[in-house]
Design a protein around this ligand. Structure first.
Ligand code: AMP
Length: 289
C-alpha cells in the first residue's frame, strides 16, 4: 500500500509543499477535480504518477462554475473516500480547500476564454467556463505544475484550457487523458450518483448513440445525418431530454455543415435524465478519402 497523501487544506500548506518539492528539483503533475472520485479520475492520477516526481490532486467543488439553479449544494462531497483513491493511485498530496480559502468575498478578477466558450455547454451554462478558467488558473499559480492532466470526458473544458494555456503563456503541458466508461458504455461521472437505477439503464442511449455516430461518420454519412441518427437513438428513451447535440470542428467548436476530408471533429451531447444532466462525447476524424 502506498503512503497516505498529505492532506493540504489551505494555500499556505500547499505553497510549503510545492516550495519543498521544487527545491528538491522535482517535477510536478496536477490533477484538478471536484472530488467524488471514480475510475475516470483514478486514470488521470495514474497518468500524472507516470509523468512527474510529485503528484498533487486538488479536490474542490468550485462554486464559481455552477449557475444559480445548478447542483452546487447537492454535489457529492466524499473527501474521506477520495483520499483512499488518491493513496491507491500514489498521489503525494491532496489540496482540498474550502471556498472561503479560495475566494475573497469581493473578488473581482477573472480569467475568461471568449471563443470556444460560446458553444456547446458554454451556451447552455452561462459563466461556467469563466469559473473553470479562473479556478484552474488559480490552481496553476498555486501549484506551478509541469503537467496538468484533464479527461476527454469534458472535451470542451479540455480544449478551452489548452487555448488558455497557449494564449496566456502558462508554462504547463496539458495532458489529454482518455474517457473512461463503465463496461455498459456509460461514461463515468460523479453525477451518475444522482441517477435512479432506471435512469442509469436508460442513460446507455448516450454511449449507444455516439457509437452509432462513430460508425456513421466512418461510412461517410453527413453531419446532418449523423446528428439525426443520434437524436433518433436518444429518443428511444422516454426519460431522456436532449439539451444539445453537436457535431463540431475540434479547433473552433463551430457546428460542421459539410465535413472536410480528414477533419478532426467532436461529437458531443448533453442530455437530462430527470434533473440530472449528463454529458458524453466522442473524438473523431472524418475519412481521409
Ligand atoms: P470533475 O471532478 O468532474 O471536475 O473532473 C475532474 C477531471 O476528471 C476532469 O479533467 C475530467 O475530465 C476528468 N474526468 C471525469 N470523468 C472522467 C471519465 N469518465 N474519464 C476520464 N476523465 C474523466
Amino acid at each position: 500500500m502506498n503512503k497516505a497523501p498529505l492532506l493540504l487544506k489551505n494555500k499556505a500548506a500547499l505553497r510549503k509543499f510545492i516550495k519543498s518539492a521544487k527545491k528538491d528539483g522535482k517535477t510536478i503533475a496536477l490533477v484538478p477535480t471536484m472530488g467524488a472520485l471514480h475510475a475516470g479520475h483514478a486514470s488521470l492520477i495514474k497518468k500524472a504518477r507516470q509523468l512527474a516526481d510529485a503528484v498533487v490532486v486538488s479536490v474542490f467543488v468550485n462554486p464559481t462554475q455552477f449557475g444559480p439553479n445548478e447542483d452546487f449544494a447537492k454535489y457529492p462531497r466524499t473527501l474521506k473516500e477520495d483520499l483512499l483513491v488518491c493513496q491507491e493511485m500514489g498521489a503525494d498530496a491532496v489540496f482540498a480547500p474550502q471556498p472561503k480559502e479560495m475566494y475573497f468575498d469581493d473578488r473581482s478578477a477573472w480569467v475568461n476564454e471568449e471563443a470556444l466558450s460560446r458553444f456547446l455547454c458554454g451556451a447552455r451554462r452561462i459563466g461556467h467556463f469563466k469559473g473553470v478558467c479562473t479556478v484552474v488558473s488559480k490552481l496553476f499559480n498555486l501549484v506551478q505544475p509541469d503537467f496538468a492532466c484533464f479527461g476527454k470526458k469534458d472535451a470542451q473544458q479540455l480544449l478551452i484550457l489548452e487555448r488558455m494555456v497557449r494564449d496566456l503563456d502558462f508554462p504547463i503541458k496539458i495532458v489529454e487523458c482518455p474517457l473512461i466508461r463503465e463496461k455498459s458504455g456509460l461514461a463515468l461521472s460523479s453525477r451518475n450518483k444522482y441517477l435512479s437505477p432506471e435512469e442509469k439503464k436508460e442513460a446507455l442511449v448516450l454511449s449507444r448513440s455516439l457509437k452509432a455516430a462513430k460508425d456513421a461518420v466512418a461510412k461517410g454519412k453527413s453531419a446532418a445525418e449523423t446528428k439525426k441518427l443520434i437524436a433518433k437513438i436518444i429518443a428511444t428513451s422516454p426519460l431522456a431530454k436532449i439539451d444539445y447535440i453537436s457535431v463540431c470542428d475540434r479547433e473552433t467548436l463551430e457546428e460542421v455543415k459539410t465535413f472536410k476530408k480528414g477533419q478532426k471533429i467532436l461529437v458531443a451531447l448533453a442530455v437530462y435524465f430527470g434533473t440530472t444532466r449528463l454529458i458524453d462525447n466522442v473524438w473523431l476524424t472524418t475519412p481521409k478519402k
